[in-house]
Design a protein around this ligand. Sequence first.
Ligand code: MN3
Length: 211
Amino acid sequence: MPCCPCRIGYQDGQYVLPPLPYDYNALEPLMDEATVRLHHDKHHAAYVAGANAAAAKLRAIAEGQVDASLTTPETRNLSFHVSGHILHSIFWTNMSPTPKKTPEGKLAEAINARFGSFEAMMNVFKNVAAGVEGSGWAILGWEPISGQLAICGAEKHQNLEMPGLVPLLVCDVWEHAYYLLHQNNRKAYIENFVQLINWADVEQRFQEATC
Ligand code: MN3
């Protein structure tokens, strides 16, 4: 497997919306078509547009064409929208209609080394996802400083993360990810998401992060 992270989501100097790697209805009944369509085509697309707008504005500030007093809000906009774009791009590919159900190889070894077992790690991951206050994400990532896996719960897209943590598996717990099908039952959504996780994708991301 090549050691080169795919730069889906950025082309020719612009952030771009990657196409879904499956049909809108492919994750039914665990994840409904209407939610996937809105989530990808409207929400994710808005983060891409916001990232490009903020980047353009910061470039204009740097070139002296826009008042420097906008630096702080536009920096915040860039952080929010780029983080949203990156996390959604990972989220879609983490799922599959025909998922590999469990991790193997070096990823499985790293999970056992950090969490004791796959089941223990998944319990932590699901509890983190359920416990995010408001809108955010559960993130299983590779922590280069320790050479271990770690799990964090991010608020919005960009808060309470750990610098350097390379996201491998992410669960979106914004209400837009589940409210049409599950209303306020976030835990039911999380249980469905877990069934869609394609561990082959997480293994590939792990290999790219650790090579
Ligand atoms: Mn979302």
